[in-house]
Write a protein that binds this ligand. Structure first.
Ligand code: ZN
Length: 364
């Protein structure tokens, strides 16, 4: 470093010899200052930066200007000094150490230049541990109004001894008979409606009758054609949306319950059922499978249906029983009176209820 300063000094001297006499006088004065500055620079280089700042201030020399003008030709060699000076807040330090009026006895601590009123910098708040972001649903854009209008319960009810009778595929030409038997025994049930094809089209008004009678309605399906419904998540949502809208248009009621055609996990949806459940759950819908199957859709005979339901219920703490309300089979109506008579007379005292938001789902 000293070598560099000597080189710079020689450069300055060379320039000096080339100048006129008046100019020489001025440069002599400048060089007297420069000598001090050179010494200061030397000190600065040995680590005492405050000394150079004091000296430069006393000389009335702006340190950056000094370096830039005096050693312009050697700027490259003195680049590190220039960089160091430019990164030093000379005004703050110089004011603090060179002010004769300064009564602050602690000269070693640079003082803020606004008289000490500067607020301490507040350290940034440590970031809250970031919650893992929920991956956005790929189906957000589909059916933007298809959401359940329900607040999830804080907890499920104790429903030991409860029986939830459910009827799929209606309303049909058997619905009125089913409702009559339910009414006879003062039993409330849940209807997962759909299959709104040509067969059901003339029975849509029974959706209102079902609700007016105190029963519950959930969505089952629009077409009940497995291969179409379960072709993709989008296809399922499309089918569901049609049934949902039809129920709402007919009754003004927005169902929040649903039941998958064939149950939540079946031979047709194994590739997408988890995705469908995730998306339907995101939209607030709740699905129920069953834990007692009457086999009425399989044309089971009277004895088989009675045994399956009566024995099935007696072996459960709480039961969701599957029946059907469809055009194809009259055996549901055929056995309904006897099943209801038996269950309502049972000494265990079952409670019959519609499925409620507080009813813990029965799912496969
Ligand atoms: Zn069905």
């Amino acid at each position: 470093m000293i070598i560099l300063i000597i080189i710079a000094g020689l450069t300055a001297a060379t320039v000096f010899l080339a100048l006129g006499s008046d100019e020489k006088s001025r440069r002599i004065e400048e060089l007297n200052s420069d000598k001090s500055a050179l010494q200061a620079l030397n000190n600065f280089n040995s680590g005492d930066s405050s000394e150079i700042l004091i000296i430069l201030k006393n000389l009335g020399i702006d340190s950056k200007d000094l370096v830039n003008t005096m050693y312009q030709s050697e700027k490259e060699a003195f680049g590190d000094i220039i960089d160091a000076l430019e990164s030093t807040d000379t005004s703050a330090n110089a004011d603090g150490v060179n002010d004769n009026e300064d009564k602050n006895p602690d000269k070693s601590t640079p003082q803020p230049n606004n008289g000490g009123n500067e607020e301490k910098p507040v350290p940034p708040e440590p970031d809250e541990p970031a919650e893992p972001a929920e991956p956005e649903s790929p189906y957000l854009a589909l059916f933007p109004h298809l959401y359940a209008d329900i607040t999830p319960p804080e907890s499920y009810m104790d429903d030991s001894g409860y029986i939830y009778l459910t009827f799929d595929d209606g309303p049909s030409r058997h619905t009125t008979d089913i409702l009559r038997y339910l009414d006879k025994y003062n039993v409330k049930a849940t209807f997962f409606v759909g299959a709104f094809d040509d067969n059901n089209v003339n029975y849509r008004h029974l959706l209102n009758t079902i609700l007016d009678s105190g029963h519950e309605i959930g969505v089952h399906t629009m077409t009940h054609v497995y291969r179409d419904i379960y072709a993709s998540v989008e296809a399922y949502l499309d089918d569901f949306n049609q049934a949902f809208n039809l129920i709402y248009e007919q009754t003004g009621y927005k169902p929040y319950l649903f039941r998958f055609p064939g149950g939540s996990k079946n031979d047709f949806n194994t590739h997408i059922y988890k995705d469908i459940i995730e998306e339907m759950t995101r939209r607030g819908f709740v699905y129920y499978d069953w834990n007692v199957d009457s086999r009425d859709a399989d044309d089971a005979n009277w004895t088989t249906m009675m045994d399956l339901v009566i024995n099935g219920v007696s072996g459960k703490n709480r039961s969701v029983v599957l029946f059907h309300d469809r055009h194809g089979g009259a055996n549901t109506v055929y056995v309904m009176d006897d099943i209801l008579k038996s269950l309502t007379a049972d000494a265990r005292g079952y409670t019959f209820s519609i499925i409620r938001p507080e009813t813990e789902p029965v799912q496969f």
